[in-house]
Design a protein around this ligand. Structure first.
Ligand code: C5P
Length: 373
């Protein structure tokens, strides 16, 4: 769940206290949580306790100049992957069903383009009321999801349907909503970027890889529901928020990080790993001595991460291993050769003879070996 973001709206119901536990559970699952507390919500839990638990500021007022300057309500409404309303009172859901936007919570709910999960909480008669049921149906038709309400004893002394779902149930619903793509339940490893191979403390060998391709692939896998570990060499781009990022410098570190992230279902090796490294990098900066001979360096071969992981026994080998072939000549021939020598399932052949490295557009050929088992 690392990197997922939830905007939690706490409206005014007695079960607002349970939302404090929900915040803790979300953070324990490494889900970032921002909180909007409605005016009525503030009657049940304080902004201070919410802020202490979520580790950030609490947004309360639509017309707060400081909040608007820092993060406008439109931005706030889209800053998360999911909006969760817990407790969702009859009043707030009635506003939502009718498109009202007269406070920060209802405005964000109207302005958002993200999925919405509602955890209704109210008295059993209110829940059963025809107007409330009409509103619930409208919200479902409009695309909102519901968790609960549950049946049980109520704070008001009555018994029936209307209790807010328990924080653990809401967390499970949140996690399920993050895993709804065709790769839900699958795990993936992506290597990306270049590696830096040290010569001395200030110099290194590297290449022109920007990491863009690997980062885009990692994001797409995550968007399809996979749990993604991105092992990245040094790059200057922002990682997708929904992946687990392991930053490395050298090929050897990349191998260790890739092995650590196993087992996975899918492994995609987009990284431009340096083929060689300096055998013995200098501990101190190598000084240029005018008139002295240029220093000699001995190269040794780096581990081939793709080949090593492809060669793992079936029990630990990812079910689908995809390598890349970045070639300036004889593209398909070289790619086919890599497919068999590195024992991977698919190879993506990348013609880098033009202005491809670091670019935003690319055309590739996909070579598939035998059907992965
Ligand atoms: O042999 P070559 O570097 O052209 O192979 C490219 C493919 O092998 C890419 O998928 C790259 O990520 C992977 N590779 C690797 N470890 C290396 C060298 C390449 O994983 N040391």
């Amino acid at each position: 769940m690392n990197g997922r973001k939830v905007l939690l709206i706490i409206s005014g119901g007695i079960s607002a206290y349970k939302s404090l536990s929900l915040i803790r559970l979300l953070r324990k699952s490494e889900i970032t949580v921002r909180v909007i507390l409605t005016k009525a919500g503030k009657e049940f839990v304080t902004p201070l306790s919410v802020s202490a638990l979520c580790g950030g500021k609490v947004y309360c007022d639509l017309f707060d100049l400081d909040d608007e300057a820092e993060m406008g309500h439109i931005e706030l409404s889209r800053s998360a992957d999911l909006l969760v309303v817990a407790p969702a009172t009859a009043d707030l859901m009635a506003k939502m069903a009718n498109g009202l936007a007269n406070d920060l919570a209802s405005t964000c709910l109207l302005a958002t383009d993200k999925p919405v999960l509602l955890a209704p909480a109210m008295n059993v008669r209110m829940w059963e009321n025809a107007a409330n049921q009409r509103n619930i149906q409208t919200l479902i038709n409009d695309g909102s999801s519901l968790v609960g309400p549950n049946e049980g004893d109520m704070a008001c002394g009555e018994f029936g349907l209307g209790r807010m779902a328990e924080p653990e149930e809401i967390l499970a619903a949140i996690k399920a909503s993050f895993s709804s793509g065709c790769l839900a339940g699958k795990t993936a490893l992506v290597t990306a970027g270049p590696t830096y191979e040290p010569i001395d403390p200030v110099r290194y060998l590297a290449n022109r890889s920007s990491g863009k391709q690997g980062y885009a692939i990692a994001k797409s896998l995550a968007d399809l529901g996979a749990e993604v570990t991105l092992v990245s060499g040094p790059v200057n781009i922002t990682p997708p928020s929904e992946v687990h990022l392991l930053q490395v410098e050298t090929a050897q570190e990349m191998l260790v990080a890739a092995q650590k992230s196993l087992p996975v279902d899918i492994a995609i090796f987009t990284a431009a790993v340096a083929d060689w490294r300096i055998d013995k990098p200098n501990d101190q900066k190598i000084k240029k001595q005018i008139g002295e001979p240029i220093p000699e360096m001995e190269f040794i071969e780096n581990p081939d991460i793709l080949a090593i992981i492809s060669a793992l026994p079936k029990a630990t080998r990812p079910k689908l291993v995809i390598g890349f072939a970045a070639e300036t000549e004889n593209l398909l021939e070289n790619a086919a050769n890599k497919l068999s020598t590195k024992n991977c399932d698919w190879i993506i052949a990348n013609d880098i003879s033009g202005d491809v490295m670091g670019g935003d557009h690319n055309q590739v050929a996909l070579l598939m070996g035998d059907e992965p088992q």
